[in-house]
Design a protein around this ligand. Sequence first.
Ligand SMILES: *[C@@H]1O[C@H](CO)[C@@H](O)[C@H](O)[C@H]1NC(C)=O
Ligand SMILES: *[C@@H]1O[C@H](CO)[C@@H](O)[C@H](O)[C@H]1NC(C)=O
Ligand SMILES: *[C@@H]1O[C@H](CO)[C@@H](O)[C@H](O)[C@H]1NC(C)=O
Length: 364
Amino acid sequence: MEKMCPFSLLILLALWIFGPNLVNGDAQQPASPPIFILGDSTADVGTNSYIPHCNATANFPHNGIDFVNSRPTGRFSNGLNSADHLARLFGYNSSPPPFLYLHSLKYGLQLGIYRGVNFASGGSGLLDDTGLKLNVLNLPQQINQFVTVRENLITALGHETTKALLAKSLFCITTGSNDIFVYFKTRSTMPKEEFINLLMEAYENHIKTLYSLGAQKFGIISVPPVGCCPANRLLNATRCFEPMNDFARYFHLAIDKLMCKLSSELQGMKYALGDSYKMTMDVIDNPRPFNFKNVDSACCGHGTLNAEGICNATANLCSDRKQYIFWDMFHPTHAAARLAANTLYGGPTLYVSPINFAQLAAEN
Ligand SMILES: *[C@@H]1O[C@H](CO)[C@@H](O)[C@H](O)[C@H]1NC(C)=O
Ligand SMILES: *[C@@H]1O[C@H](CO)[C@@H](O)[C@H](O)[C@H]1NC(C)=O
Ligand SMILES: *[C@@H]1O[C@H](CO)[C@@H](O)[C@H](O)[C@H]1NC(C)=O
């Protein structure tokens, strides 16, 4: 049975449509581009909470402890994650909502499209099988959801307007870490070069698919120093686990080459590539100037470095959360994610190249 749309919900939906402009109240400001987000838990704003029997969720305390009303939102964070912080820099209040949330509302998809949609699903990777056992959404499934959004756009706006809207939209992708975790967890013997090439083949296919659907501006976030997250420090007596970091560095070299090649092949395609490895490692090596004190343990968790058990209601919880880089055994805190987003948005070519995310959005 259909229900009437409650009045408060209508206001909420109106805020999505007019979001940044209404909030800024400034007609001079250029409209913020729609942002479509794909990838893993570093950008998941609740997708996994909508998947039945999903084994990679965060919709319980202490997650969300610093969110409004200390509400767990499905984000693997004490507050916001990097997708939210990036969206804020573009004038929104937070990341666009998860596709699965919009899909559950009667007119959600039509209304969500003007600010974008978040498809990211924690535990997913570049390879279709990464996260399979956790019952998460892999990249082809996320792209299929985008196809649904695009069809709704075409129905509402027509082909030409949709094409123009998608061409100026930002497509942010953050993925690759979980593939590397699985590689080590399963003790794969595939040579590093071969494995990373496999990931690049997958990345190339996904980018070409999105491009064929109208995406032109890609904001790519490469793999951070995964060997330094608390869970993997346990593999080297609380120091960084170097074999994983070596894969992360190699991943960045490979994606740098791939994006350069694709931008010369695909007409009108533009990109910004964030070097998550370098930007994170520079903070881990020298945290003081960034106001961090703890770069090795998780703020929330169990056991050594709080990295032996997930962040849940009975976990240890640090009080000085702004001084921690890691929220739980794998994920950054609100503060660390904000620093990363600031660097992606406006940082120098040392960290984000050939242009940063702000310049990418401004391109014609
Ligand atoms: C998923 O969760 C169920 C119970 O919630 C557990 O029995 C199972 O081992 C988990 N699977 C994986 C792959 O973690
Ligand atoms: C363990 O940490 C030390 C000190 O940082 C480093 O030199 C060594 O390469 C690491 N070993 C592994 C296996 O990661
Ligand atoms: C929290 O996680 C710990 C460690 O994994 C586990 O032993 C405990 O049962 C969990 N508590 C709750 C409330 O889920």
